[in-house]
Design a protein. Structure first.
Length: 119
C-alpha cells in the first residue's frame, strides 16, 4: 500500500466545497481506500520536512472525541511548527475542494497523476 496526496478537485469536484462523505465516496469509486488512523501520528513523526502552509487531511474513518463527536486528523505545518490537529469528521462536513487528502491505494493500481507521499 502507498499513500497518495489528492485534492478534492483532483477527484473531480468543481464547486468550492464538497461534503466529506461525497469526497470519500468519490475516492473509493476511483480505487482509493481510507487510511488507518495510526497513519496520522506516524506521518507527523516522520514527515519533518513538511513545507510551511501544507495541510494534509488523512482520509480515514472518523474517531470519536470524549463527547462522541466524529473527528478526522490533519498533518500540518502552519508556519509555527509541525502539528497534528483534528477537524470535523462528520459525513456532512463541508471541505474546500482545494484541500489535500491522503488516501491509500494498492501500488498495483496507482494512477500516474497521483503524487506519492510515502511508501
Amino acid at each position: 500500500m502507498e499513500l497518495f496526496r489528492l485534492s478534492a478537485a483532483e477527484l473531480g469536484f468543481q464547486a468550492e466545497t464538497a461534503s466529506l462523505g461525497q469526497i470519500y465516496a468519490r475516492a473509493q469509486q476511483l480505487g482509493f481506500g481510507l487510511a488507518a488512523a495510526e497513519i496520522a501520528p506516524q506521518l507527523r513523526l516522520q514527515y519533518l520536512d513538511q513545507p510551511i502552509g501544507e495541510f494534509l487531511i488523512i482520509g480515514m474513518e472518523p474517531i470519536k472525541t470524549w463527547k462522541g463527536e466524529p473527528v478526522i486528523l490533519t498533518v500540518a505545518n502552519g508556519g509555527a511548527g509541525l502539528i497534528l490537529i483534528g477537524q470535523d469528521g462528520g459525513a456532512d462536513a463541508e471541505i474546500f475542494v482545494r484541500s489535500r487528502f491522503l488516501f491509500v491505494r494498492s501500488n498495483k493500481a496507482a494512477p500516474a497523476e497521483a503524487a506519492l507521499v510515502h511508501q
